[in-house]
Design a protein around this ligand. Structure first.
Ligand SMILES: CC(C)(COP(=O)(O)OP(=O)(O)OC[C@H]1O[C@@H](n2cnc3c(N)ncnc32)[C@H](O)[C@@H]1OP(=O)(O)O)[C@@H](O)C(=O)NCCC(=O)NCCS
Length: 244
């Protein structure tokens, strides 16, 4: 999977899902450019972060989101207005949306933004870190099937844990719930080298077939998954500053 420079006349068709990526470590100039596109609300929120790294991660992710929307909707990046669901999932205000749906994720220096014209969408990226007690987290959050599969897994178990985490979190973000929904309510496959799959849902069996998961696999030491409903789609991957 490669990250392409977007063409000036980028068009998002119904069967496209676009994923945009950025390093958080952009130049000071780029950071200021992004900051200038943010709304007063977003700047206020940014000012509340105690750690400068977290503030930068928020500004760059929102800046990337706005730049991607500007590209697709041919409107200035500062012109978009967001509103929030009860569970805090942001979406475009109707007036400026043209129906576009998005979701964002950021983790330890990387930002991803997913955009589609009409689907439910969730994306999650995680840095593969050694400083987490992955067995404890898996036992607490994963389903029993996933936990057992993870304990039996013979490959890189840390990569399998974080991959599973992103598969699950991308789904709960797609339905707008976050982990409060209950990550043990459904099973995904845990093998990071196999195509991502929703295996079973405990609330209504047929629902598992409605959901598709896709691995975003080209950022070293990170794993990421996209979750969406609906028919087959074409995944396109973009970045503004090509460095790979
Ligand atoms: C928000 C949530 C859905 C994801 O949080 P996260 O993994 O920390 O963060 P991500 O970077 O992937 O996603 C955050 C973005 O999702 C979006 N978001 C917020 N609430 C959301 C919701 N209910 N549904 C979908 N997306 C949501 C926001 O755009 C947010 O970015 P912002 O705060 O900069 O605006 C949260 O409910 C959650 O599940 N947190 C648990 C995090 C955790 O325990 N991680 C351990 C990893 S080992």
């Amino acid at each position: 999977m490669k990250w392409h420079k977007p063409p000036v006349d980028l068009i998002l068709s119904e069967n496209h899902i676009d994923v945009w990526r950025s390093d958080i470590d952009v130049s000071e100039e780029q950071l200021e450019n992004y900051r200038h596109t943010l709304s007063v609300d977003e700047l206020n929120r940014a000012s509340l972060f105690t750690f400068p790294d977290k503030e930068k991660e928020y500004v760059v992710t929102r800046g990337l989101l706005r730049a991607a929307l500007a590209c697709l909707l041919n409107a200035p990046a500062h012109s978009f207005e967001f509103c929030y669901s009860k569970e805090k999932k942001p979406k475009l205000e109707n007036a400026t949306s043209s129906g576009l749906v998005f979701n964002v994720s950021h983790s330890h220096g990387q930002a991803l933004v997913a955009v589609s014209s009409n689907r439910q969408l969730g994306i999650d990226i995680e840095c593969i870190r050694k400083d987490v007690d992955f067995k404890k987290l898996a036992r607490r959050f994963f389903s029993e099937n996933e936990y057992k599969s993870l304990l039996d897994y013979e490959g890189n178990v840390l990569r399998a844990f974080f991959t599973t985490w992103t598969r699950k979190e991308a789904f709960v973000k797609a339905i707008g719930k976050g982990i409060a929904f209950g990550l043990a309510e459904f099973d995904v496959n845990i093998d990071p080298d196999a195509p991502a799959e929703m295996l079973a849902t405990r609330w209504q069996r047929e629902d598992a077939e409605k959901w598709q998961l896709a691995t975003i696999d080209s950022i070293d030491n990170y794993v990421a998954t996209l979750a969406t409903d609906g028919d087959e789609f074409k995944l396109r991957t973009w970045q503004f500053h090509q460095d790979n």
